[in-house]
Write a new protein. Structure first.
Length: 339
């Protein structure tokens, strides 16, 4: 298929692009590089061995988005594009709603106008809110604790409503847990914009010398070592989940399907720090700090539905995730080059 990957130069988008190409698909990337760098594209071409078609575009511009679809002849869309920093979303809620909802509305309008019926949507485990018990299952009610999370809840609702209005649509809502890791070559990986929002890139930046130490927010949770536990998922396994979901959309009769993408195995902050220290051979100094508002003790997936319906299983371990992240970070201590 000819697939439009929005936000395809970002962390998850870039890894998914490689796997789509490996699976025989033709990929076109749409990205405005507001949170990624154009130098990613050259690395994708080197790794894939094929030229990467790309368009620099603001997907909140409906006219520009429609022109892209008019010339694209796309068979499907994988929609990653969006802002995703929780703290920033609290400080800039209007910008998050305008960007995340606006870009999705533009893409959906263009899909409708040009007869594109398949969409894989990048959602998040944040839609389970702070009261859902672990392991989290797809039928649970959705909620959120910050504007970023609410944009995902709202986008999911938009897509479910579209599935009711147009039963020919085939939409996959993929709820990611905690993507980490990097391509095994160390050529592409996570290059956060500004201060990282998640644990793994913070730990990696401490190990490589960009940060003096790591704050551990909360040491009195009801977990075995007192620190919060999350479901960390290798980005390569996550990318494979998108390829599997895209294939499933060609087989299912359901307009909208939802799948968790996670391992089902929680890892605590202290366990992750220890694993990364082992992988890097570097000390990771930590400082205990109070819990952050809205953080919960446990968040991990029940991935049984994705395993049963997509034939997808996460295979990489925490040690794999740390080793691949360290390979990327140590080879690229400052992330991707600007040009």
């Amino acid at each position: 298929m000819r697939i439009l990957v929005t936000g395809g130069s970002g962390y998850i988008g870039s890894h998914t692009t490689l796997q789509l190409i490996a699976a025989g698909h033709e990929v076109v990337i749409a990205d405005n590089f507001s949170r990624s760098k154009p130098s990613v594209l050259g690395r994708l071409e080197s790794l894939s061995g094929v030229p990467i078609k790309h368009h620099v575009i603001d997907l909140t511009d409906q006219d520009e988005t429609d022109r892209l679809f008019a010339q694209g002849a796309f068979d499907a869309v994988i929609h990653f594009a969006g802002l995703k920093a929780v703290g920033e979303s609290v400080a800039m809620p209007l910008e998050y709603y305008a960007n995340n909802l606006g870009s999705t509305l533009s893409v959906l309008a263009a899909m409708r106008a040009h007869g594109v019926k398949k969409l894989v949507f990048s959602s998040s485990a944040t839609v389970y809110g702070e009261d859902a018990p672990a392991p989290m299952r797809e039928p649970f009610p959705t909620s959120a604790t910050n504007p970023y999370g609410w944009t995902k809840v709202m986008q999911e609702q938009m897509l479910r409503d579209l599935g009711v209005a147009d039963p020919e649509m085939r939409i996959a809502l993929l709820r990611y847990f905690n993507p980490v890791g990097a391509h095994q070559s160390g050529t592409i990986g996570e290059d956060p914009h500004g201060v990282p929002n998640n644990l793994m890139p913070l730990v990696a930046q401490v190990a490589v010398g960009r940060r003096a130490g790591l704050q551990v927010f909360g040491t009195d949770y009801p977990t075995p070592d007192g620190t919060a536990r999350r479901d960390y998922l290798h980005v390569e396994d996550l990318a494979a989940g998108h390829v599997a979901a895209l294939k499933k959309l060609g087989e299912t009769q359901e307009p909208v399907s939802t799948w968790n993408l996670g391992t089902g195995r929680p890892t605590s902050v202290r366990e992750m720090v220890s694993a990364f220290a082992k992988a890097s051979g570097r000390e990771i100094p930590t400082v205990d700090a109070p819990r952050r508002p809205g953080d919960i003790a446990d968040s991990y997936a029940d991935p049984a539905k994705a395993q049963a319906e997509l034939g997808w299983v996460a295979t990489r371990t925490i040690d794999d995730m740390c080793a691949d992240t360290w390979r990327w970070q140590s080879q690229n201590p400052d992330g991707f080059p600007e040009a």
